[in-house]
Design a protein. Sequence first.
Length: 180
Amino acid sequence: MTPLRVAFTGGPGAGKTTLIDHLASTGFAHMPEAGRAVIRDQSAIGGPALPSGDRAAFAEAMLTWELRSWHEAAGLPGPVLFDRGLPDLVGYLRLCGLPVPVHVERASQLVRYHARVFVAPPWEAIYETDRERSQDYAEAVATHREVTRAWREFGYETVPLPLASVAERAVFVRSRLGLD
């Protein structure tokens, strides 16, 4: 049986990971965000595949991570939540002014998630930077715009999450997936 792969997208600092962690605490399987993992690993080894370094290499590293996560989800029970997905790479590359390689576009066309993608809109009241998130709020808004556009271009229905508490967002997600 094919697992229900549910993606969450949007700009940085909009509460995606917090919501996914909350839902995971209630029993949902989930896949972590590729970007943060790649940044941690590349920083630890002094690698160049970073948003502040070789952005194309950073995107390729995230592509590999996302494909691995998608395949790994096949062995997990129930809905599997994804902190971003392949179309986010297309949005990221466009945001950086980099060309979208044919293989990234093809991966985004072939590797599919649930038709309904949850989008965390920019929310300045909760936005924070940290060791792995250095973008300012304006760049977070621009990222939101690009990744949302990419998901729509690949045929997904983008569903904005309410600007509400984590618990209220969780109820919203469960309801939209018919899991309540």
